[in-house]
Design a protein around this ligand. Structure first.
Ligand code: HAM
Length: 428
């Protein structure tokens, strides 16, 4: 038997319905904020991520799916979307369009990570980026769109944490200070951090090893050493979010695992998954496009880990999705097949989910199947009934049925479904 690749998943029905519904809500709400979808390639030249995410990051140094194509070019399965958005911005001359440009993206990302709950090697992100706006207002909009989307899914326990990374110039100063403060205990840092010390010292702040965390906790937070401009920027973001009643908490050690960020960085944490399994990460990256050879175009955005989001979806959301009522159409006898197909078509066009019996089993078996499928209503089309121009509409929740004229089957079914929905809501 051939099995799926480690770290990938089959998302089966009915769970896949949750994904569809989450994505549909994301299109509605993020689209409502003006973000239109950009569909990006799943593979990019390796150099794109080396130059943006950063050579010294875990993602680039050990998590990328990199391979030569048949001509020996180094390609990488995208580990994230922001670098591709920046590349596409430059390559397609998107700077010519009215600015700022608001883009969203959906889909698979790949990272060779150790498998655990909420951590996969192929996972999906829902992201937005706003390009061409350097003001705190853009950061506020992005976080407000995020908060609005999460609230629309019914979340009320997620925590947004935020930090100020300053500008790259501040960062150099910060790193010098950090090293000076850690120096007396340098030998106690883990092996990875010893390597980070020279390659990418900021990543020491990301380390999950308890002793490293303890040592880092004693150091001066990055937000304390940033320039006045950077400080004013993030303070303004924070103030506006407070006015919008979007709760955010400062996280002085938050640095994020990608190198392109400056000033505002943020994450969303769910109490259920804990701090190491973040639901969403984002921030500002004003030098990314110019670092890739484009004009200096500022940007800010986020990406939600959809797999993780779905794992902690509120029960009410899941119930709503799973309890969608559907109808079975049950032809009895050969001559009922075409009328059943016609009725199914009419019901579908009226917005009803229909499962038509197509296996040729008996009426008794059909009703049993309808029950197993959790159908709310069954429409029985017998040959005699069809000859009389009628059908039997059976309310499966109450075991009652009525015989109605063929041309009122659809409204009768819809009325029944609505009644079922009402009684279900009352009982919740
Ligand atoms: P990131 O923090 O690397 O940021 O990833 C964003 C989110 O993707 C994470 O918070 C997490 O929910 C999800 N994620 C990451 N790795 C995995 C994994 N192995 N399994 C499941 N979920 C995962 C970025 O990717 C940036 N591009 C976000 C951004 C957009 N910043 C600005 N704009």
């Amino acid at each position: 038997m051939i099995r799926k690749v480690k770290g990938t998943r089959d998302i089966l029905p009915p769970e896949s319905r949750l994904w569809n519904e989450v994505e549909s809500r994301a299109h509605d709400i993020l689209g409502g904020f003006g973000y239109s979808e950009i569909r990006l390639p799943l593979m990019e030249p390796t150099e794109l991520f080396v130059r943006t995410v950063g050579e010294g990051t875990d993602i680039v140094s050990k998590e990328m799916y990199t391979f030569p194509d048949r001509k020996g070019r180094s390609l990488t399965l995208r580990p994230e979307g922001t670098a591709s958005v920046a590349r596409a911005f430059i390559e397609n001359g998107l700077g010519q369009r009215p600015q700022p440009l608001r883009l969203s993206y959906f889909g698979a990302m790949f990272r060779y990570e150790k498998m655990q709950r909420g951590r996969y090697r192929q996972f999906s992100q829902i992201g937005i980026e706003i390009l061409g706006a350097a003001t705190p207002a853009a950061d506020v909009e992005v976080i407000s769109a995020l908060h609005t989307f999460l609230a629309a899914l019914g979340f009320d326990d997620l925590v947004i944490v935020l930090n100020n990374l300053g500008d790259p110039e501040d960062r150099e100063r910060f790193i010098e200070g950090l090293k000076a403060e850690l120096m007396p205990n340098k030998a106690e840092l883990c092996g990875d951090c010893q390597r980070r010390w020279n390659e990418n010292p900021l990543r020491i702040l990301d380390c999950k090893v308890p002793r490293c965390r303890e040592l880092v906790a004693e150091t001066t937070p990055v937000a304390d050493v940033v320039s006045d401009e950077a400080k004013a920027h993030v303070d303004e973001v924070e103030q506006a979010l407070a006015e919008l009643e979007i709760p955010v908490r400062r996280a002085p050690r938050l640095v994020r695992g990608l190198d392109y960020y400056l000033r505002t960085v943020f994450e969303v944490i769910s109490p259920e998954l804990g701090e190491d399994t973040v639901i969403c990460g984002g921030g500002r990256y004003d030098r990314l496009i110019s670092d890739l050879g484009g004009k200096p175009v500022p940007g800010v955005g986020f990406a939600i880990g959809e797999d993780r989001l779905i794992e902690v979806l509120p029960e009410a959301f899941k119930e709503r999705v799973f309890n969608q009522r559907m109808v079975t159409v049950l032809p009895v006898g050969d001559r009922s097949m075409a009328p059943a197909a016609r009725l199914a078509r009419e019901l579908v066009l009226a917005g009803v989910e229909v499962h038509t019996e197509v296996t040729g089993r008996s009426l008794k078996a059909c009703l049993k199947w309808s029950g197993k499928m959790n159908a709310a209503v069954a429409v029985i089309l017998g040959e005699q009934e069809l000859a009389d121009g009628v059908a039997v509409v059976r309310d499966l929740r109450h075991g009652e049925q009525e015989t109605v004229k063929l041309d009122v089957v659809v409204p009768t079914v819809i009325e029944l479904l609505e009644k079922t929905a009402e009684t279900e809501t009352e009982s919740i």
